[in-house]
Each structure stands twice: as structure tokens, then as C-alpha cells.
Design a protein around this ligand. Structure first.
Ligand code: HEC
Length: 91
């Protein structure tokens, strides 16, 4: 029992530590999202909107970041990022 509790606290500590650095799902496209989307705001903006936005919503949001906010993201990266967000953080 004692070992079990120790193990449990070990896991909760590592989970919290991981979250503060890179907590996005480890799938293709993650690097582009980290590089391109974290320059102006925290990546929390993405996880906070997961399950609210569907693919069309992410297309619109990423478009807004580029056209309104001026995010320097080229078309190739845009497609990769939208795909990543829709698959992993889509409704
Ligand atoms: C050039 C700076 C910049 C970059 C780069 C940027 N954003 Fe944003 N983003 C903003 C600003 C500023 C806001 C706050 C807008 C507001 O309050 O209306 C915002 C808000 C958001 C929101 C909140 C919802 C909304 O529509 O306001 C989401 C989600 C978001 N960004 C996602 C992203 C994603 C995904 C990327 C990468 C593709 C990204 N951002 C890159 C500037 C940026």
C-alpha cells in the first residue's frame, strides 16, 4: 500500500511538471504549433478552445491569427497546423 501511494504521488508530480513545459499532444504538426502559435500568447489559448472549435472553427481562428494578428505563417505550415488542431483539439 505504501509503495502504491508513493508511486501515485510520483506520477502526479511528473504530470504537473510536464504540463508547464510542453503539454500539447505529441502528434505530427505539434512542432509547427509550438513554434508558430506560442510567439504571441500561451498555448493555453489552444487547449482552452479545444472541444469548442470544429475544423471550420480552427480554419477561421488560424486565418484570423494570420490576417488580423499578423502571425507569420506560410500556407504549408497553415495546413499542417489546422490539421493538427482539428484532429487533436477539434470538437
Ligand atoms: C502575431 C501574434 C499571434 C500569433 C502568432 C498567434 N496568435 Fe492567437 N491570438 C493573438 C491575439 C492578440 C489574440 C487575442 C485576440 C482577442 O482577444 O480577440 C489571440 C487569440 C487566440 C485565440 C482565442 C480565440 C480568438 O479567436 O481570439 C486562439 C484560439 C488562438 N489565438 C490560437 C492561435 C493559434 C492556433 C495560433 C497559431 C496558428 C496563434 N493563435 C498564433 C495573437 C497571435
Amino acid at each position: 500500500m505504501r509503495t502504491f501511494i508513493l508511486l501515485l504521488s510520483f506520477f502526479s508530480v511528473t504530470a504537473t511538471a510536464g504540463e508547464s513545459t510542453i503539454f500539447l499532444k505529441d502528434r505530427p504538426g505539434k512542432n509547427q504549433v509550438i513554434v508558430k502559435c506560442a510567439m504571441c500568447h500561451s498555448l493555453d489559448y489552444i487547449t482552452m478552445h479545444a472541444m469548442i472549435l470544429d475544423r471550420a472553427g480552427w480554419v477561421k481562428t488560424v486565418g484570423k491569427m494570420i490576417n488580423v494578428m499578423g502571425a507569420p505563417i506560410d500556407n504549408a505550415d497553415k495546413e499542417i497546423i489546422i490539421d493538427y488542431l482539428a484532429k487533436n483539439y477539434g470538437r
